[in-house]
Design a protein around this ligand. Structure first.
Ligand code: SAM
Ligand code: SF4
Length: 426
């Protein structure tokens, strides 16, 4: 989501005739689009802002902007200004799309701008992103989150769920597909499964939107992220299963394999419910692959709770797991929970989790040998094409004259070389 926000920021800068530079020393404006989901992200961005101090001393006209979810936290804009007085503009998530106007008014008045809105406003449809990815285009379908998982800061910094109109999304995707540049459209939202429910019209929901998007003519696949398991409906499974335009690679964050922990995370499903969802996906969607997000070291997580997480990973046979060490976030309920897990225990658990997943991922890769898969050719060297499977695995293929970058083709996987699949076009 942040990557796509950055594409919108780049779009606004382009409209003001700014061009990308190779180095920060060449830049006339530097925008930090921040993230505060974990403490480590915040520390990194603080260090990067600090790095600009010396440059700003030499280059007095350099414009420094800090925006994104970090600035949206309580007292953050004041703290940032105190720590880094050289920042010119500090704005939040709700007024990021006003950046163009702030830059224009800064140039006119030369006065520092500190403006973080505490409430979300109407969705703006007039910002044209400057797209940086080659064959994939990110498309926001909604903003904000209503779920309030007890560890997560997103609902506090991104506001309540707001869906874009179906017609605006269809128009955007149609333009992207018709440009011929994009083969994958990835729909974005914190919980895409609740898309459209804020319209309260009894008609618009996520499957309705997908159905409209799949009517668009062209050779492209639709992906989406992120899904909340509590809202992943049987209709959605059937729709993915029956529609060729739908990617069969599904990201289904579970966060923990222990019911006790899930309850305290306020995830509103049980391990049994999640497993039955996974069973249905594998049963009804041929070729489905799953990835997930997992948090280790949530307050009160015992050895037994962690073992249940490991068991769930074995059960679900994910093709990939994004594992995170729990990070205390100010203002969230879990910040105040008792029995915070010591950092050394968190580290041991994340290492163990990655070991298990590494073995499972290798087993899945091995099982692909001699199988036929569809890939998108995304890159090339002198001798090879570098392609990606639907689930994002890289496949190296010998080049031939009949294919080019951007083609979707079928390959048979022949072997694994240095952890990379090697295939032959069929
Ligand atoms: N909305 C998505 C969902 O419900 O799964 C994910 C949003 S969040 C940006 C991405 C991931 O960051 C989450 O799935 C979770 O695993 C992780 N995360 C969020 N808050 C965290 C925290 N305080 N500490 C560690 N990981 C966290
Ligand atoms: Fe955070 Fe939960 Fe919302 Fe995802 S669903 S953004 S984890 S509060």
């Amino acid at each position: 989501m942040n990557i796509h926000d950055s594409e919108k920021i780049a779009g606004m800068l382009k409209s003001l005739n700014y061009e990308e530079t190779e180095t920060k020393e060449e830049a006339d404006i530097i925008v930090f689009n921040t993230c505060c989901i974990r403490e480590s992200a915040e520390q990194k961005i603080m260090a990067k802002i600090g790095d600009i101090k010396a440059l700003k001393k030499i280059k007095k006209d350099l414009i420094v902007v800090v925006c994104g979810c970090m600035t949206q936290q309580k007292n953050m804009k004041e703290n940032l200004k105190k720590k880094f007085p050289f920042i010119n503009i500090i704005i939040g998530t709700h007024n990021i799309e006003e950046l163009r106007n702030y830059i224009l008014s800064l140039s006119a008045k030369k006065k520092t701008i500190l403006d973080v809105w505490d409430k979300e406003k109407e969705i703006r449809e007039d910002i044209k992103p400057y797209r940086t990815s080659k064959f994939n285009a990110w498309v926001n379908i909604m903003y904000g989150c209503n779920n309030f998982c007890t560890y997560c800061i997103v609902p506090y910094v991104r506001g309540r769920e707001r869906s874009r109109q179906v017609c605006d999304i269809v128009e955007e995707v149609k333009t992207l597909v018709e440009s011929g540049n994009y083969k994958t459209i990835t729909l974005l939202g914190q919980n895409v499964n609740s898309y459209g429910l804020d319209f309260h019209d009894g008609k618009t929901n996520f499957v309705y939107l997908l159905n409209e998007l799949c009517k668009i003519k062209g050779d492209f696949k639709i992906k989406f992220m992120t899904s909340h398991p509590k809202d992943f409906s049987p209709e959605l499974i059937d729709f993915i299963a029956s529609n060729d335009k739908m990617s069969k690679s599904i990201h289904l964050p579970v966060q923990s394999g222990s019911n006790e922990i899930l309850k305290r995370m306020n995830r509103r499903y049980t391990v049994e419910k999640y497993k039955s969802l996974v069973d249905q996906i594998y049963k009804k969607i041929p070729g489905a692959t799953l990835t997930t997000d997992m948090i280790v070291g949530f307050p009160g997580e015992s050895d037994d709770d962690f073992k249940k997480t490991c068991d769930l990973i074995e059960y679900c046979k994910y093709i990939g797991v994004f594992g995170f060490v729990y990070s205390k976030r100010k203002g969230t309920p879990a910040e105040k929970f008792e029995n915070q897990v010591p950092i050394n225990v968190k580290r041991e658990r994340i290492t163990k989790l990655f070991e298990i997943q590494h073995r499972i991922s290798n087993e899945i890769l091995q099982s692909m040998i001699n199988k036929k898969v569809e890939v998108l050719i995304e890159d090339e060297s002198e001798l090879y094409f570098i392609a990606k499977t639907d689930s994002g695995k890289t496949v190296r293929i010998n080049k031939d004259k009949d294919h080019k970058l951007g083609d979707i083709c079928s390959v048979v996987i022949k072997k694994i070389l240095s952890k990379q699949l090697v295939g032959e076009i069929v």
